[in-house]
Design a protein around this ligand. Sequence first.
Ligand code: BES
Ligand code: MN
Ligand code: ZN
Length: 462
Amino acid sequence: MQFELVREVPAKVDLLVEGVTADAVPKDPTVAAAGFEGKEGQSVLLPGRLLVGLGQSNGGVSDDVVRRAAASAARIAARCKHVATTLPPSQALAEGFELGAYQFNKYRSKAKPNRIERVSVVGGGGARAAATLDRGARIAEAVKLARDFVNEPGGSLTAPVFADAIQEIAEQSKLRVKVLDEAAIAKAGYNGLLAVNKGSDNPPRWVELTYQPAGAKASAATVALVGKGITFDSGGLSIKPSDGMIGMKGDMGGAAAIVGALSAAKDLGVKVRVRAFIPITDNMLGGDAQRVGDIIRYKNGTTVEVLNTDAEGRLILADGLIAASREKPAAIIDLATLTGAQVVALGKKVAAVLGNHDGWTEQVRNAGNAAGEPIWPLPLWKGYRRDLDSTVADMKNIGNRWAGTIVAALFLEEFVPDGQPWAHLDIAGPAWADNDDAEVSAGGTGFGVRTILELLRTYKRP
Ligand code: BES
Ligand code: MN
Ligand code: ZN
């Protein structure tokens, strides 16, 4: 999709998308008959024109509203090649068009891909406006990459396949990449990853990515990212019920968000150094699967009694946090589709952030909210730590029924040294969508890509 700034509506455009605020609805009998009042989410199609509602203007229209309106327009205009729009030229506009046009068609024999090739943004604007459109389009590209990974079935995106794909992207995106196979993982002592992988016929992988900003000093701050890469979560021997397993090909959404974001780091001119740690396996129930009651000994000495093999994400993230912490980065953030409790608490649109450093969790939250990915804090309340006490090991991997998201985060905190700023983003709800809704498409959403990129852009040492 190409974006161009133009002064007037081009003569031969297939459709003109007009943003309409509630106080500026055209006095037109067709518009009135369609019940169009300029409310957010409303639209009406007229010959050659699509009116999309922007709600009350209150002196301006927010990026979120523009992004949603553009995305809805892109779906309605799916059969058009060239559209023009009076929506304001912005990053959100480009993101909206690109993401609203996204489809995962790899396995359809009769695909009808979105046809939009050119978007003429009417009203002019200088080099800054053009740059902001480019930025939005580039970010959307990164989100789509993450969506493609999440949407890929678990049977085809095994750990080795995922790792190979990440390696290829790293090479294209000028990232340094290191992939560990099973023997190297054993040598490195990533025992949580090995334990979860025991039930699988596919070997695990461990991927490290490095983004080095051009001209950065050796002393430049490093942000470490850790991503949950469970390519399919059956639950293991603590097997999930059938309904709960649907969507579990998306249990690598955290890993995918990191790969998506870093694939665009160079193009977007990210200025901080980034290290990413991505443990990858599926969670299966083969003949030598990890058993309930097994104990994992982590390389930092911590022992964990596995009382539910379905609480596997924290087991592999522990290795990631140990590895990230060893390098003493300025800050760590992990992204994971970690708990069903997160979805119960905050629903399908809002992610949870928890952490050991208020300034850093606040930065993460602000980045998400600015990028159109809502994030809300939950308390890392120490009083629940005893729920993880084990009778035989340092910790067990589950608590009781309650506060599952907090207890999972308290588990992770045990692998982060005191004084190391760390934030945990539980994206179990928003990483996966059941329906198309504005810029979100059914299936993998790529949630987290925009937050990471905004966080890296606005980063301040916590
Ligand atoms: N991958 C799931 C969490 C999940 C649930 C993600 C729903 C997306 C949608 C995770 O591995 C899991 O199974 N968590 C368990 C933990 C429990 C056994 C303590 C859960 O939340 O039920
Ligand atoms: Mn699980
Ligand atoms: Zn899982």
